[in-house]
Design a protein. Structure first.
Length: 141
């Protein structure tokens, strides 16, 4: 079984917003892009819009999200396909960490200066996006 995820690359110029996961579960202590599972009955764009609103309090129109990358990840417990949507948030209001129980830090990083403790699949996706590579696989080696 494969789970579908929708992930947001929230950009201002050459910087992107990452959140550090602190809650129990996958990726604790690692930075990641904002996003999560696509729920039953919603499209990927609806899911990424919902996740951004839930996590960082930005209400972005679905039409602003541009699909820029897809990755297929094989993890220890689940396989997933993640659709990565890019959006410019330079004209958006201030961000707010709406889920402090899940993220203990959120900050902007330069695209060429990503943190060491970033989820490997997210780092790979960001690097592919910079090279205009539309699809990648992670964990299938």
């Amino acid at each position: 079984m494969v789970t579908l995820f929708a992930i947001a690359l929230l950009c201002i110029g050459d910087t992107i917003l990452l959140v550090r996961r602190c809650g129990p579960g996958f990726g604790q202590g690692s930075y990641s892009m904002v996003g999560g599972k696509v729920e039953a009955g919603e499209t990927a764009r609806q899911a990424v819009k919902r996740e951004v609103l839930e996590e960082v309090a930005l209400d972005i129109p679905e039409s602003d999200f541009e699909l820029v990358h897809t990755f297929h990840r094989k993890g220890m417990q689940e396989k997933l396909v993640a659709l990565c949507f890019k959006v410019d948030i330079s004209k958006m209001p201030a961000l707010h960490n709406n889920e402090p129980d899940k993220h203990d830090d959120m900050r902007f990083f330069k695209l060429n200066e990503l943190p060491e403790n970033i989820l490997p699949a997210h780092k790979q996706a960001i690097e592919c996006i910079q090279k205009n590579i539309s699809y990648s696989e992670h964990g299938w080696e």
